[in-house]
Design a protein around this ligand. Structure first.
Ligand SMILES: *[C@@H]1O[C@H](CO)[C@@H](O)[C@H](O)[C@H]1NC(C)=O
Ligand SMILES: *[C@@H]1O[C@H](CO)[C@@H](O)[C@H](O)[C@H]1NC(C)=O
Ligand SMILES: *[C@@H]1O[C@H](CO)[C@@H](O)[C@H](O)[C@H]1NC(C)=O
Ligand SMILES: *[C@@H]1O[C@H](CO)[C@@H](O)[C@H](O)[C@H]1NC(C)=O
Ligand SMILES: *[C@@H]1O[C@H](CO)[C@@H](O)[C@H](O)[C@H]1NC(C)=O
Ligand SMILES: *[C@@H]1O[C@H](CO)[C@@H](O)[C@H](O)[C@H]1NC(C)=O
Ligand SMILES: *[C@@H]1O[C@H](CO)[C@@H](O)[C@H](O)[C@H]1NC(C)=O
Ligand SMILES: *[C@@H]1O[C@H](CO)[C@@H](O)[C@H](O)[C@H]1NC(C)=O
Length: 333
């Protein structure tokens, strides 16, 4: 299949009048022999699955399924194994592909075991996605050695234990997804020292305790802490000069007054449902370009401010509070 596509694209390239295209094609370096050897070890370690049937000696490994090479060097820079019938563990040999920038194992429910420590050898790794698998064990603190990581996604697995504070040492990390695992303990205080984190997803875990105030120092665009057992206050995420656009905090035990919060102009989505939030809805909510708002199932009181987007949401955005009233809820008495 892959080979056919390659031949077809070759024919298309050769039929094009631009000499630079066929030149760059003829200059692409064949797959590095060490990388090829490691890839055969990986295939064997995964039990020679059908998904990797194109991984054959007869074809240059830069043209195998699930792989991408740097055309200049012939080194493998991406290994992306997605939605196959693959069983077993992540082969420790992946650590021997030294130029990998992207490593992905996704939607492989029969992939078990722990995250192998050999991946700390991958100094060029900027994207690590191990998601929708049956991986278990901890979120390893050794991931903090992957100092080029920008994107880390370990969502939808069976990971347990607490979140390692060392992750905050990753200087380039901009997005962290640890959602839908079985993580316990608190959100580390160290997370306030992330240098570039813009997107944090910790939903559907079993996290407890107050959210560290230090997280207020970060410039988030998205934060999702829904469906944990978190307590305390969220005011550090709000304030006039903040950058947050998407803020999901539903189904926790947050307990604070909403009355005096200052919302940033960037805010588009705010979900606070199922908490213990009290006070009233500030009139400043009417100046925001909200796409969604949900404050249902809290302890709010008073009149829903009129104007802006606030009357565009149906009553379920506001119901089950102590004494909220006014459109779209029944009029205040
Ligand atoms: C490929 O390798 C060359 C030489 O090391 C480097 O200059 C280039 O940026 C690399 N390209 C990619 C896409 O990594
Ligand atoms: C997982 O493994 C079981 C047992 O070998 C097999 O029946 C099932 O089809 C596999 N599922 C997937 C998605 O690979
Ligand atoms: C996955 O592979 C196993 C054994 O190789 C086989 O028994 C099973 O039917 C396959 N499952 C799917 C969904 O193809
Ligand atoms: C995940 O692994 C556990 C044991 O390691 C096993 O009991 C369970 O069936 C696996 N789940 C899936 C969806 O493969
Ligand atoms: C997690 O592990 C448990 C037991 O070890 C298993 O029953 C469950 O299916 C696993 N979850 C996933 C998403 O694989
Ligand atoms: C957040 O943005 C402000 C203003 O652009 C900047 O001064 C500050 O260093 C940023 N903080 C972080 C942690 O990126
Ligand atoms: C917001 O203001 C606080 C205190 O004045 C400051 O420390 C922070 O860096 C500011 N953030 C942004 C995004 O400007
Ligand atoms: C608000 O959240 C509640 C509780 O999950 C849900 O029933 C309701 O449909 C949501 N309403 C809106 C407008 O999002």
């Amino acid at each position: 299949m892959k080979k056919t596509i390659f031949i077809i694209s070759l024919l298309i390239f050769l039929s094009l009048p631009t000499p630079s295209l066929s030149l760059s094609l003829s200059l692409s370096k064949p797959c590095n022999k060490n990388d090829e050897k490691v890839l055969f070890q990986i295939k064997k370690s995964l039990g020679n699955p059908y998904h990797l049937a194109s991984w054959q000696k007869t074809l240059d490994c830069c043209h195998w399924y699930c792989l991408k090479c740097n055309k200049t060097t012939g080194r493998v820079i991406e290994l992306t194994i997605f939605s196959g019938n693959i069983s077993g563990q992540i082969p420790h040999e992946v650590g021997n592909l030294p130029y990998l920038q992207t490593l992905l194992f996704r939607k492989l429910t029969n992939l078990t075991g722990q995250i192998p420590s050999t991946i700390t050898k991958l100094h060029h790794l900027n994207t690590l996605i191990l998601s929708w698998t049956n991986l278990s064990g901890p979120v390893p603190s050794f991931l903090s050695q992957l100092t080029n990581l920008e994107y880390l996604d370990l969502s939808f697995n069976n990971l347990t234990g607490s979140i390692p504070p060392e992750l905050a040492k990753l200087p380039k990390l901009s997005e962290l997804r640890l959602d839908r695992n079985k993580l316990t303990g608190v959100i580390p205080e160290s997370f306030g020292t992330f240098r570039n984190l813009q997107s944090l997803h910790l939903l559907y875990n079993k996290l407890i305790g107050d959210v560290p105030r230090s997280l207020g120092y970060l410039n988030f665009s998205t934060i999702d802490l829904s469906r944990n057992q978190l307590t305390g206050d969220l005011s550090m995420f709000f304030g006039k000069n903040k950058t947050i656009e998407i803020a999901y905090y539903s189904r926790n035990m947050f307990q604070f007054s909403l009355s005096d919060l200052k919302f940033p102009a960037s805010l588009r989505y705010l979900d606070l449902n199922h908490n213990k939030i009290y006070g009233s809805l500030p009139a400043t909510l009417t100046v925001l370009s909200l796409e969604n708002l949900n404050v249902s199932y809290n302890r709010l009181c008073g009149k829903i401010p009129r104007g802006g987007e606030l009357q565009k949401f149906d009553n379920t955005a506001y119901f089950h509070n102590r004494c909220l009233c006014g459109s779209p809820l029944p009029a205040c008495s």
